[in-house]
Design a protein around this ligand. Structure first.
Ligand code: ADP
Ligand code: ASP
Ligand code: MG
Length: 241
């Protein structure tokens, strides 16, 4: 019993069937008596498509407008997931970054989280809501929307774990944890059961996009262990600590 944070990436929330599977993982934790915060990414390739569509207009967009555009995918996912959980009989409430608010610095496209106001989240959890937060986005001191860098929903999840003092953080993805090399390129890649923050930062910096590099740095700073596992297969996953 306690606060559990579950983060689901783009491939885990790609369509309605997958959202139903995501709900099963969430409901299991709720039914066990936990308070659950969910962080989600945009569905499937939504962010890539938005960027491609932007490139049809210009290769040099205004930075503020770029972040307004590429942050929208996550808002679709949080709303759909809340509506689906409601349909399944569970109280759920969705939040964009600015509604929380998740305060960031002013680096559009690669912003860093500076602070999270947890008041609404904790109040909702106490009122037995599942709280669903849009990953990858925040708001700066000028009330402008910012994004955290590609893959940044992982960082939202770690930051929420740190600021709510969560008992458990699970990052669900499309593979059963961290492997020695990308398992989608090398099917014989060996899974790593346990990895240190330092080793994970090195892997992430070398391109292992399974975890956003900034998310691991933040996890180390706040001493938040990360469990990485698959949405789709049963497995023990990897613990990063
Ligand atoms: P999500 O949408 O869940 O955030 P990502 O696509 O960002 O997922 O990251 C998961 C992908 O990371 C896997 O599908 C895999 O191809 C890739 N990957 C690269 N290197 C590794 C690694 N060392 N271990 C696990 N996955 C890796
Ligand atoms: N949707 C964003 C991206 O594609 C953030 C994320 O997936 O974590 O980069
Ligand atoms: Mg990712």
């Amino acid at each position: 019993m306690g606060i559990v944070i579950q983060k689901f990436g783009g491939s885990s929330v790609a369509d309605t069937k997958k959202l139903n599977l995501v709900c099963k993982h969430i409901i299991k934790n709720v039914d066990e008596g936990n308070k659950v915060i969910v962080v989600v990414s945009a569905q499937g390739k939504t962010t890539d498509i938005l960027i491609k569509e932007e490139e049809e207009i210009t290769n040099n967009p205004n930075k503020r407008e770029h972040d307004v555009l590429i942050s929208v995918g996550e808002q679709i996912t949080i709303a759909k997931l809340a509506i689906l959980l409601n349909e399944l009989g569970y109280k759920a409430k969705s939040y964009t970054g600015w509604q929380i608010p998740i305060l960031t610095d002013n680096i559009y496209g690669n912003a860093n989280i500076l602070d999270i106001n947890t008041d609404k989240i904790l109040e909702d959890l106490n009122n037995n809501f599942i709280v669903i937060v849009a990953g990858f986005q925040g708001i700066n001191e000028f009330n402008e929307i910012t994004t955290l860098g590609r893959g940044g929903s992982d960082t939202t999840a770690v930051a929420l774990a740190a600021y709510t003092n969560a008992d458990k953080l699970i990052i669900y993805t499309d593979v059963d944890g961290v492997f020695e090399t990308d398992p989608n390129i090398d099917p014989n890649a060996k899974k790593i059961e346990k990895i240190s923050y330092d080793q994970m930062i090195e892997m992430a910096n070398n391109g292992a996009k399974v975890l956003h590099n900034k998310c691991v740095e933040m996890a180390q700073k706040y001493n938040v262990p990360i469990i990485v596992k698959s949405t789709f297969e049963k497995g023990t996953g990897t613990i990063v600590n």
